[in-house]
Design a protein around this ligand. Sequence first.
Ligand code: AMP
Length: 314
Amino acid sequence: MSHANGSPVLIVGSMALDSVRTPAGEVQEALGGAADYSSVAASFFSPIQLVGVVGDDFPTEHLDYLKSRNIDLGGVQIVKDGKTFRWAGYYDFDLNVAHTLDTQLNVFADFKPALPEQFKDAQYVFLANIDPELQLDVLNQVRKPKLTVCDTMNFWIDGKKDALIEVLKRVDVAVMNDAEVRQLTGKMSVITGARALQELGPSTVIIKKGEHGALLFHGDQHFAAPSYPIEEIADPTGAGDSFAGGFIGYVASQDSITEATFRKAVIYGSVMASYNVEDFSLNRLRTLTYDDIAQRYRAFQKIAHFEALDIAKA
Ligand code: AMP
């Protein structure tokens, strides 16, 4: 792996100011949002075309930072006198569970994505967490993508399930956490839940299990990625988005999409997520290097390695 020289990845999702409290501390109105986390994570592997909306209260320094990561902001609308999407939440000692205190859609409530002409030819599309109707709007505008991936969260499973099912019918890969899969499919087991999701549409389903790793269901194949033992998690916000960003960014940097590509992509996704949780907001991603990524990739490989079977045939 070298630098971000893959095909452009089109990403739509929330661009946010997050107020987050965890046992390790808190931040107020920090840079967040599913599209911001996933774009920055993916930008380590491929150039990004971002589609989203902010109000003119969104600090210019955040836009400058995104641009500095080779993220094309041609699809980002800045609404005059508008208020940026805000999310407030907290985590108790179970860092796998985010408790939402407040969701203010603000400028997202009236957002109509209009893709710049050159974005419509994107080969790789990530529909990050946002209103599934907006995800559909974007899918309707792209011409012939090679790979489409979607994410979502409980807020939309509760509020816009039908639109979300339409999205699922049309994507190749669904990325969700275990609780979301249970909520959406009504299945107790994530395995039967993943199979139920595959029946809805996506041939590949990835289930994120927070600090317990991730499962990949690809056709009838199954791969389990280990978890990386991080001793000090500062803030789990954006772990899922950095995972998905690392996943699609890596796939877009490869020549062909095979099961082996997907397996490696799940590990790159896990690497990005494991770094992201070490600090609040996108702070850890700001200082991340390619050496860091390579080092942790090798650590994942070591954790998962074991020798071939050596017992005598029964
Ligand atoms: P996660 O990767 O699941 O931890 O995603 C965290 C990000 O999701 C935060 O930065 C929030 O700004 C964003 N978020 C929270 N609620 C919503 C929502 N209802 N729609 C879109 N994005 C959201």
